[in-house]
Design a protein around this ligand. Sequence first.
Ligand SMILES: Cc1cc2nc3c(=O)[nH]c(=O)nc-3n(C[C@H](O)[C@H](O)[C@H](O)COP(=O)(O)O)c2cc1C
Length: 387
Amino acid sequence: MSIGPRHLYNFHDFREQARRRLPRSLFEFVDCGTEDGVAVRNNRAAFERVKLAPKVLVDVSARSTATSLFGVPLRLPIAIAPTGSAGLLWYEGELALARAAARAGAPFSLATGSLTSLERVASEAGGRLWFQLYMWKQKDLSYQLVGRAADAGFESLLVTVDAAVPSNREYNKRNGFNLPFRFNRDNVPGMLAHPGWLLGVMGRYLASGNLPRFENYPPHMQAGILSRRPMEWLALRPDSLSWPDLLELRRIWPRRLVVKGILRPDDAERAIDNGADAIIVSNHGGRMIDSSVAPFDALPAIAARVRGRIPVLLDSGITRGSDVVKALAMGAACVLVGRATLFGTAVAGEAGASAVLDMLHDEMLTTMSLIGCPRVADLGPDCLHQL
Ligand SMILES: Cc1cc2nc3c(=O)[nH]c(=O)nc-3n(C[C@H](O)[C@H](O)[C@H](O)COP(=O)(O)O)c2cc1C
């Protein structure tokens, strides 16, 4: 596709354009994983290792990516993963991304750490909305947040369970990148070198008088992203979160409960036992444990253990429609994408995120047609070449 003068045809084009547009500290915050970047590479390698086994002379004239999740039709088996950073990449980027998702028929997940309030997203974006929860140590505050998400009509609660403590992201330290975002001598030069971003994003927030802040946090924790206050909220992470907490969330959350960050069959079983309506097989895009198994490699054993009792979703490393096809063939009901649509948002807001979703949709259709599996229901292990 062409956005303005730029020709952007695939994930790599969007990533490269985002790299040029964003200050280095912000680009690396989105792009990198943790420690040596092994998990990010391995997530890709897992998809690249598995090959498709095409069936020929199949009538593929009626091809479609349509499927359903929780009994509700889905035009595209792709959801937007929670990331909480779109609002730094583009002015009101979370609304832009949510609107693009609604237009594509893709569920949008709003992160606890997003810069737009969940009420505003619910009233202004439309579409299918999921809310991602990071529990705080003060559990009552988290339960109040869950109540807000329920009142605002969010369809599902995604409880992230793979982030008990912050991971080791050396690039953030080196780049002077902090949340709440603070100007310092390590990150200011990078920002000044990207005036398009500085004026188009920070400038617009300043001009509007609404400096970005963690809108979903309780007021006393809502340090603006330019705040000089200490990162009080980081101390609120739940290193004590355990299975009984999930049961309590099950008790108070009235709709679909989804556990995000499962990588083992026994944990999938425990998630079902504790009331999960779905799980997301995920290693957080390779951002938590550098030696983590790739979710795509972990998927077959988990799907076999779950035996269709609940939908199994997958994320981490998806950059092509063919990756989505492989994940569905391997047993995923739906996938989530994080960086792909973030890069789209960084390049051109809603139009950029829409372009990425359209691109993934087109790539899926092409792959499904070429392997003789024109419908999602046709995708299964026999589409994959067994080594
Ligand atoms: C910049 C960034 C911020 C993220 N923030 C969160 C978050 O707040 N909560 C969460 O559960 N996952 C978060 N994730 C992980 C994503 O939800 C998702 O698991 C991951 O991005 C999928 O991998 P992919 O980026 O390769 O598609 C974040 C990912 C990125 C790239």
